[in-house]
Design a protein around this ligand. Structure first.
Ligand SMILES: C[S@@+](CC[C@H](N)C(=O)[O-])C[C@H]1O[C@@H](n2cnc3c(N)ncnc32)[C@H](O)[C@@H]1O
Length: 267
């Protein structure tokens, strides 16, 4: 993937200008009635724009906190390209194979489709990342933020009854998750394109997720809720939500009702 002088990605292989500007569009064999494929004129040429849910092949998309990279790959397949995608995980590259059955395979496929995969990226520090700091994105996505497995000794509460200790552990976990989403939002804001850029966070409904106060936190950081919509896994073919930590990182976790919160820069 080449870098433009301003530090942005080239879309040379995504944008396919047509030979003739004034041809009859109805003759185009590539044109489709599908809502998901549109032909957009730009300058002297046209390009196909493919959509999946809230995401478009014309967006520069940054994915954060990926598990086995199946969400990124689902987008890439819908776009028939991953050239507009930068996909990141906290995991080191060498751990992907250990943690996930399809991790390295999905990464390879993403890279073959032109995507950029970066491992070892901490969402709470990513605005300082040597490469990401030079980029701006239209969509920054973190699905199901959750801190890594916290070793029991970190959460050991030495005094009190077992139930009290468990409650204290839950409170500590919740605090760490709040810090994670706050750190993510703060960093994502820096990397967000000003015009109509959106940060998307998806989490489960109910306790303890609703206690994260995501919207309030975002507002304090200078982000405004644009909309919140139900998240439906089946709309992303191939996506497998992963625990990502503990003794079974490759296992899915039950989803139930989930919401995607879309934030924009506050006016
Ligand atoms: C519940 S899993 C969800 C994984 C994936 N997004 C999915 O939908 O399958 C939570 C993920 O957050 C990641 N994570 C935890 N702390 C992080 C951090 N500081 N920066 C980036 N990712 C983090 C974990 O590595 C894990 O993959």
């Amino acid at each position: 993937m080449g870098l433009a002088p301003e530090g942005e990605f080239y879309y040379d292989k995504v944008i396919k200008p047509e030979e003739e500007e004034d041809d009859d569009e109805s003759d185009s064999s590539e044109e489709s009635d599908s809502e998901e494929l549109m032909m957009h004129g730009k300058g002297n040429g046209k390009r196909e724009i493919r959509m999946i849910e809230h995401y478009s092949s014309s967006h520069r998309i940054l994915l954060v906190g990926e598990g086995d990279f199946s969400f990124s790959l689902s987008l890439a397949k819908a776009f028939s390209s991953a050239r507009n995608i930068v996909s990141t995980s906290l995991d080191a590259h060498k751990d992907l194979e250990k943690k996930y059955n399809k991790g390295t395979w999905n990464v390879r496929e993403l890279e073959e489709m032109g995507g950029l995969v970066l491992c070892g990226v901490d969402a709470t520090k990513m605005s300082q990342h040597f490469f990401l700091s030079t980029q701006r994105f239209d969509r920054i996505i973190y699905n199901f933020p959750h801190v890594e497995y916290i070793e029991r000794r970190c959460l050991r509460i030495s005094k009190g009854r077992e139930e009290d200790q468990e409650t204290k552990r839950m409170i500590t976990k919740s605090k760490l998750n709040k810090q994670l989403v706050k750190g993510f939002l703060t960093n994502a804001k820096v990397l967000l394109r000003k015009e109509e850029g959106e940060i998307h966070v998806t989490h489960k409904e109910g306790d303890p997720y609703n206690r994260w106060d995501l919207v309030k936190k975002a507002e304090k950081i200078g982000l405004a809720l644009h909309e919140s919509v139900p998240f439906c896994k089946h709309k992303y073919p191939g996506y497998d939500n992963k625990r990502g930590c503990g003794s079974h990182p490759d296992d899915p976790f039950p989803l139930g009702d989930c919401t995607t919160f879309k934030f924009r820069l506050a006016p």
